[in-house]
Write a protein that binds this ligand. Structure first.
Ligand code: ATP
Length: 204
């Protein structure tokens, strides 16, 4: 059997325990050998107001991944710069891992948005997409046609899903909480909480 390499792309503004636990869930369910965390430079599908610098986002990722040899930081999109398109990243990673199966991990909120991604057909040809349920974006409610992709992709995508622990945490809620002076303890790893406080990130 081919080794499975997980790829987890995100803005990570900041990385939180929801990210870490969903990746751990995917790793277990799909027997991934390891997972590359790929922070984007400029996200194509998000407003970038409130986006802290790549230096901070990478530092928080490093702090969060420290001590887990199965989780690796991959700074390919940061080094490439500009708008980060997943198709470009997958092409590069396929050259690096020609004999492995690339497994791109997403949350269930992202599944219906895939049809808008640049060259989604190319992406689907290069990797398998693994979806982890996110609270508020229930998989049971997702119909094949709502994915707006040609057959056989909707059926295939809806097969590769895992329910996981479903931690209701988001980066936007963490930013909001910091701006409101509320604690983010237990929502992010302690080292990330310390970094956010030391660097005065997300304060109003
Ligand atoms: P924001 O709140 O700023 O939109 P976010 O918390 O969604 O950010 P991202 O870095 O944009 O975090 O997410 C990267 C990936 O992680 C996406 O595929 C998203 O669906 C998934 N994801 C994020 N948080 C969770 C969660 N709690 N459960 C499941 N999937 C999640």
């Amino acid at each position: 059997m081919k080794e499975h390499i997980g790829i987890f792309g995100g803005t990570f503004n900041p990385i939180h325990n929801g990210h870490l636990l969903m990746v751990q869930d995917a790793m277990e369910a799909f027997e991934l050998a390891r997972v590359l965390f790929v922070p984007c430079a400029v996200p194509p599908h998000k407003r970038i107001a409130g986006l802290v610098s790549t230096v901070h986002r990478v530092a928080m990722l490093e702090a969060a991944l420290d001590g887990n040899p199965d989780f690796e930081l991959c700074d390919l999109e940061i080094r490439r710069g500009g708008t980060s398109y997943t198709i470009d990243t997958l092409r590069k990673l396929k050259l690096r891992y020609p004999d492995q199966e690339l497994c791109f991990i997403i949350g269930s909120d992202t599944l219906p948005e895939l049809c808008q991604w640049r060259d989604i057909e190319g992406i689907l040809a290069l990797c398998r997409i693994l979806t982890v349920a996110r609270p508020g974006f229930e998989l049971a409610a997702l119909k094949r046609r709502s994915l707006k992709l040609k057959p056989p992709w909707p059926r295939r995508l809806l097969k590769d899903v895992v329910v996981g622990h479903g931690l209701n945490v988001s980066s936007s809620n963490i930013r909001y909480r910091v701006a409101e002076g509320m604690t983010i303890r237990y929502l992010v790893p302690p080292a990330v909480e310390a970094y956010v406080n030391e660097q005065h990130l997300y304060v109003r």
